[in-house]
Ligand binder design. Structure first.
Ligand SMILES: CC(C)(C)c1nc(N2CCN(c3ncccn3)CC2)c2cc(C(N)=O)c(N)nc2n1
Length: 328
């Protein structure tokens, strides 16, 4: 092939690998057998190694960087990453609901989401290309972990539309990957991770992206920085559907609820079903759905008045220590 044909082939392979990668890692519906995917990837690696000028920044071959970083740069979020108030029971939920009705009346809906027990991160895209990923940090400034986040296959390196936006998501380690990782840690006589959240945090803090890439991390994207006004979106539910269209992995168990009773039913459902999930959750996030209502409700110093997190009761920790008779 001459250079022009090669360039065409490289573009074709990039598109093929993006589309098959999206189907495999986001939709969980492989379009081609793994062997075919690997064949495309090997062909692209071969051309890129001979013609480095044909390497696109968002080429799938660039997911796992080769350089070990010296450290992580600090990065300021365009929009601060807020905190969430907590609700620990039905009374707290009723108080939350009452305060909202007092402010915006009765004609509104909630979106309930599983609260993924991972690491809050922000993703920045410019003209549809993934340019930066960062930890939440203190909410205003986080650490640039772009190289490690690029290794998460469900994070698209290029979107289906050339949009510029900053997103929020929760990076996590599936339960199966956590169990396997700890087994290998025991074999290597290394300390086990206490829980999947710590394992995910430890993996994203690795300076060598190859180690992060080996940890089978995943992500659920759950919000757009700012108030979504810029994308003609009317509500949070619409924003999540829009993120699906752009090619992101969002959590499909979300539910629009029209009363706090419906929210309570959703909480009870997932309190029961929680052990069957392939990832850990530590509660349910409840958000007022429409942006106009969120703007009316506003924020406290650190968290939105239009959202709260119902926290599951801490599971009783079975102590392995002998029961110590307390003498009174
Ligand atoms: C955008 C808002 C503020 C409403 C928001 N904030 C969240 N969090 C804030 C507090 N966070 C936090 N993290 C560390 C220290 C303090 N706060 C951790 C993320 C959300 C977390 C999840 C999730 N985990 O699944 C979710 N589905 N939706 C969220 N929505």
């Amino acid at each position: 092939m001459d250079k022009v044909q090669l360039e065409e082939r490289v573009k074709e392979l990039n598109q093929l690998l993006h589309d098959t990668g999206y189907a495999y890692y986001v939709l969980d519906q492989p379009l081609v057998p793994d062997a075919v995917y690997d064949q495309y990837l090997q062909e692209l690696i071969a051309i890129e190694s001979e013609f480095p000028d044909l390497i696109y920044p968002d080429s799938p071959t660039q997911r796992v960087g080769g350089t070990i970083l010296q450290g992580f740069n600090k990065v300021a979020h365009t929009y601060p990453m807020l905190s969430l108030s907590n609700a620990f029971g039905r009374e707290d939920l009723d108080d939350f609901d009452r305060r909202i009705r007092a402010s915006i009346g009765d004609d509104f809906s909630y979106v309930c989401e599983l609260k993924i027990d991972g690491l809050a991160i922000s993703l920045t895209y410019e003209n549809g290309v993934f340019v930066r990923g960062a930890t939440r940090g203190d909410g205003r400034v986080g650490e640039d972990i772009t190289e490690n986040l690029k290794t998460i296959r469900s994070i698209p390196l290029r979107l289906k539309k050339p949009v510029t936006m900053e997103l929020r998501g929760e990076a996590y380690m599936p339960k199966k990957s956590f169990m396997a990782l700890n087994e290998s840690r025991v074999e290597q006589e290394e300390e086990k991770f206490a829980n999947p959240r710590n394992a995910a945090a430890g993996s994203l803090r690795q300076l060598d992206p190859k180690i992060a890439a080996s940890r089978n991390l995943a992500i659920f994207v759950y919000g757009i920085g700012g108030d979504g006004e810029a994308y003609q979106l009317d509500s949070h539910a619409e924003a999540l559907d829009y993120l699906d269209e752009l090619g992101f992995q969002t959590n499909k168990e979300r539910k629009t609820c029209h009363s706090i009773d419906e929210v309570q039913a959703y909480i009870e459902k997932w309190t029961t079903k929680r052990p069957d999930l392939p990832y850990e959750i530590d509660g349910i996030v409840i958000k007022v759905n429409r942006y106009v209502h969120q703007q009316e409700l506003g924020f406290t110093a650190k968290s939105p008045r239009w959202a709260t997190a119902y926290k599951f009761p801490a599971e009783e920790v079975v102590t392995t220590l002998l029961d110590i008779e307390l003498t009174v």
